[in-house]
Design a protein around this ligand. Structure first.
Ligand code: PLP
Length: 444
């Protein structure tokens, strides 16, 4: 296939291959794709292949991939060591109803890296990991309720998705945020069992945790939530959540599904947080479906049988810990040494400072947030501490969408909401390419 660098209309022209495939897909798939997050106007882009930091679509357009399958690709596409490990495993079979040493190797690697990971159980997605973590917290404490942050995305488990998309018409008073069910048909019991707090609201967190008291199983927390705007977490908020959960005998469940890519031992080590349970996923699967629940021996023992009794939280799954995923995860995580994370920080710093310069040069009222290899642009200058600060008016949302279209036309593939990530495969020239595209989009 001939590649047309600099011509990125493929995903947007009605006569494109992507448009034709999308139209065809509707015959069998509601909305054309099984992942809502792939939808973009006027149609999703259909991929042909990826190599390193770049992806090529079915129309031959090349994009610098700053989506990285929603942050799960960290060493680049078709990474040679990962390809070699996966190919070797595939030649020996892909899925068995037998345990494999590959599972033990990845478990040991992860538990060696993170202080709070005394034990780990694998599953197939971040959604499943968050669900498993909450079930373990309930089983361990014998309590039903959960507190989460307004606007934070934790996958699609009923309790975890509550108040994911709250808006000014339903989110309630700032002093008493309302739990808003996300999917239509969510049972009322879910909203009764989930309370919502604001990110970075230490006082509100303390009050909510104490109010729940001996009904509270866990606080579910992502330290750098993308839908909340990738704000910096404040130490007082961390302390309030950690100390008050301990005070009432509840657990702190960290969602490191994305933030695990911020450091060698995850964001928890960078920030000095000691969670009881952590949900991980994305990068630990090396490009394959994965999740993991890791944590202290006490809560993790809920996954283990006790004598002949079944576990308090039975867990499994046909493809759980399959050796292909485990081998890919091990081959990926083995490449992520301290130098690799230093390079990811360097790349991310270059992107964030370059974007800030482009904003200044264009004289527009935008801002950039993020840390490590993550960044997010916002079409306003409100100080972002929580979801309500980050929430866009319809004019701002239209402005952001215009920016995203312009950046995509320049050959840069972001996630929605102005969110992006950088993989280790990106070069300094790739960062320049990204910044040129963004500068043109800000100026236009
Ligand atoms: C913070 C966070 N938690 C959980 C999930 C769910 O992970 P998965 O898509 O693997 O189910 C995501 C997915 O993007 C996420 O960003």
């Amino acid at each position: 296939m001939t590649e047309r660098i600099g011509s990125h209309a493929g995903g947007r022209r009605s006569e494109s291959q992507s448009a034709a495939l999308y139209e065809k897909a509707h015959q069998w798939i509601p909305d054309g794709v099984s992942r809502a997050t792939l939808l973009r106007r006027p149609n999703p882009i259909y991929v042909d292949h990826g190599q390193g930091a770049w992806v090529t679509d079915v129309d031959g357009n090349r994009y610098l991939d700053c989506n990285n399958n929603f942050t799960s690709i960290i060493v680049g596409h078709a990474n040679p060591a990962v390809t070699q490990a996966v190919s070797a495993q595939m030649a020996r079979g892909t899925a068995f109803a037998m345990a494999s040493n590959a599972e033990i190797e990845l478990a040991a690697l992860l538990c060696d890296r993170v202080g709070s990971f005394e034990l780990i159980r694998f599953c197939n997605s971040g959604t499943e990991a968050v669900m498993g973590a909450l079930k373990a917290a309930r089983a361990f404490t014998g309590r039903p309720n959960v507190i989460k942050v307004e606007g934070a995305y934790h996958g699609t488990y009923d309790h975890a998705e509550a108040s994911l998309a709250s808006n000014p018409t339903n989110w309630g008073d700032a002093a008493a945020p309302v739990t808003v069910p996300y999917s239509v048909g969510t049972p009322d019991s879910v909203t009764e069992e989930v309370s919502v707090i604001h990110f970075n609201d230490a006082h509100g967190a303390r009050e909510a945790i104490r109010r729940q008291g001996d009904r509270l199983a866990a606080v579910l927390l992502d330290v750098m939530p993308s839908q909340v705007g990738l704000p910096a977490i404040e130490p007082e908020f961390i302390a309030a959540v950690r100390d008050t959960t301990r005070e009432v005998g509840a657990l702190l469940v960290l969602d490191e599904v994305i933030s695990f890519r911020l450091g060698y031992s995850g964001a928890q080590t960078l920030l000095g947080i000691d969670p009881d349970i952590t949900a991980v996923a994305k990068i630990i699967g090396g490009g394959f479906p994965v999740g993991g629940v890791a944590g202290r021996e006490g809560p993790m023992s809920t996954f283990a049988r006790s004598g002949s009794a079944r576990a308090k939280v039975p867990s499994g799954g046909t493809f759980t810990a399959n050796p292909v995923t485990m081998a890919a995860g091990f081959a990926t995580m083995s490449q992520l040494d301290h130098d690799a994370f230093a390079r990811l920080d360097e790349l991310g710093d270059a992107v964030r400072s370059g974007l800030r310069s482009a904003i200044d040069a264009a004289g527009v009222d935008w801002q950039v947030t993020g840390r490590g290899s993550l960044f997010k642009v916002h079409p306003h200058t409100r100080h972002i501490r929580n979801y309500r600060d980050a929430h866009l008016s319809s004019d701002e949302a239209a402005e952001l969408e215009h920016f995203e279209h312009a950046v995509q036309a320049a050959g840069v593939y972001l996630s929605g909401g102005g969110f992006g990530s950088i993989s280790l495969a990106a070069t300094d020239d790739d960062i320049d390419f990204l910044l040129e595209g963004a500068a043109a989009a800000f100026a236009g």
